[in-house]
Design a protein around this ligand. Structure first.
Ligand SMILES: Cc1cc2nc3c(=O)[nH]c(=O)nc-3n(C[C@H](O)[C@H](O)[C@H](O)COP(=O)(O)O)c2cc1C
Length: 251
C-alpha cells in the first residue's frame, strides 16, 4: 500500500507531526505500508498564470514548466493521499491553494477514481469544519473517495496532546481499513450533479472546451461505470433538464 502525504504548511510543525502519527498507526497495522511526504514548501510549483489553457485545450498546453507533472504522477501512483493543511486566515494555506489552482482542470476531467483520500486540518481552534468541507469539495471533484476528515486544535495555551494523538491514530487506522477494503464511497448527489453540469457544458461547447468535449463525449450516466441509486440518478437527470430549460430561457 502506497501513501502520499501532501503537507500544505510552510514548516514542519503541528500538521506534519499530526500526519506522522497517522503514518505510525498505518505502519502499526501493516509494516509494508510505504509512506512518502510531499512538503509543498519544498517543491517547485509556480502560481497559475491564468491562461485557462489547461481547462480549455488540455493540461499539456500549460505554459508553466515546473514539478506539476511529477506531483500529478506521484498522486496517481498511490493508493491513498493524505492532504493536510493548517488553517491560515480562515482557510487552507496558500501553498495548498496553489496546488488546487494548478490542478483546476482535474475538476473538469476527474481522474483519481479508485484512489482514497484522508483530509487533515490543524488550527488554533477556528474554521476546521469549513476548511475540511472546502478541501473535500475540491479533492472529491478530482474523483478521490474521501474516506476520512480529521481536524485538530493545537492552541499554545491548551494542552491536548493525548486527545490529538488518539484522534490521529484512529484516523490512521480507519484510513488503512478503508484502503484495504477496496470499497469506494458511492457517488454523492453533489458529484452526480457536478457530472451532469460538466458534461452538459462540454458537449455544448466543443469549440471552447475541446479537452472536456473529448473527455465526456462517450460517457453515459456518470464518469465511470458504477451502480447509482435510481432515485439519485433520476434527481440528477431532472436537475440537468431544469438547468437546460432555464439556460435556453435566459438565452
Ligand atoms: C499566518 C497564520 C494564520 C493563522 N490563521 C489561523 C486562523 O485563521 N484560525 C485559527 O484557528 N488558527 C490560525 N492559525 C494557527 C494555525 O492554524 C495553527 O497553529 C496550526 O496548527 C499551524 O500548523 P503548522 O504548525 O503545521 O504550520 C494561523 C497561523 C498562522 C501562522
Amino acid at each position: 500500500m502506497k501513501i502520499l502525504a501532501v503537507i500544505g504548511s510552510p514548516r514542519k510543525g503541528n500538521t506534519y507531526r499530526a500526519v506522522q502519527q497517522i503514518e505510525e498507526e498505518m505502519r502499526a497495522s501493516d509494516d509494508s505500508v510505504e509512506f512518502e511526504y510531499l512538503l509543498l514548501k519544498d517543491v517547485k510549483l509556480e502560481p497559475c498564470r491564468g491562461c485557462f489553457l489547461c481547462v480549455s485545450k488540455g493540461e499539456a498546453f500549460c505554459p508553466v514548466r515546473d514539478e506539476q507533472q511529477q506531483i500529478f504522477e506521484k498522486m496517481l501512483s498511490c493508493d491513498g493521499v493524505i492532504f493536510a493543511s493548517p488553517v491560515y486566515a480562515g482557510s487552507i494555506t496558500a501553498l495548498l491553494k496553489n496546488l488546487f489552482d494548478r490542478f483546476s482542470y482535474v475538476c473538469h476531467r476527474p481522474c483519481f477514481f479508485g484512489k482514497h483520500a484522508l483530509l487533515v486540518v490543524t488550527s488554533c481552534g477556528s474554521r476546521i469544519p469549513d476548511t475540511l468541507k472546502y478541501m473535500g469539495t475540491i479533492i472529491g471533484s478530482w474523483g478521490f473517495s474521501i474516506d476520512g476528515k480529521v481536524g485538530l486544535m493545537r492552541h499554545p495555551a491548551i494542552e491536548n496532546t493525548a486527545k490529538v494523538e488518539k484522534s490521529m491514530r484512529k484516523a490512521g487506522k480507519d484510513f488503512y481499513c478503508a484502503i484495504r477494503s477496496g470499497k469506494s464511497v458511492p457517488p454523492s448527489l453533489g458529484m452526480l450533479l457536478q457530472y451532469r453540469v460538466m458534461r452538459m457544458n462540454a458537449l455544448g461547447s466543443r469549440e471552447h472546451f475541446p479537452a472536456d468535449h473529448a473527455y465526456y463525449k462517450d460517457k453515459k450516466d456518470y464518469y465511470l461505470d458504477v451502480r447509482i441509486g435510481w432515485v439519485k440518478n433520476l434527481f440528477a437527470k431532472a436537475a440537468e433538464k431544469l438547468i437546460v430549460a432555464m439556460m435556453s430561457k435566459a438565452a
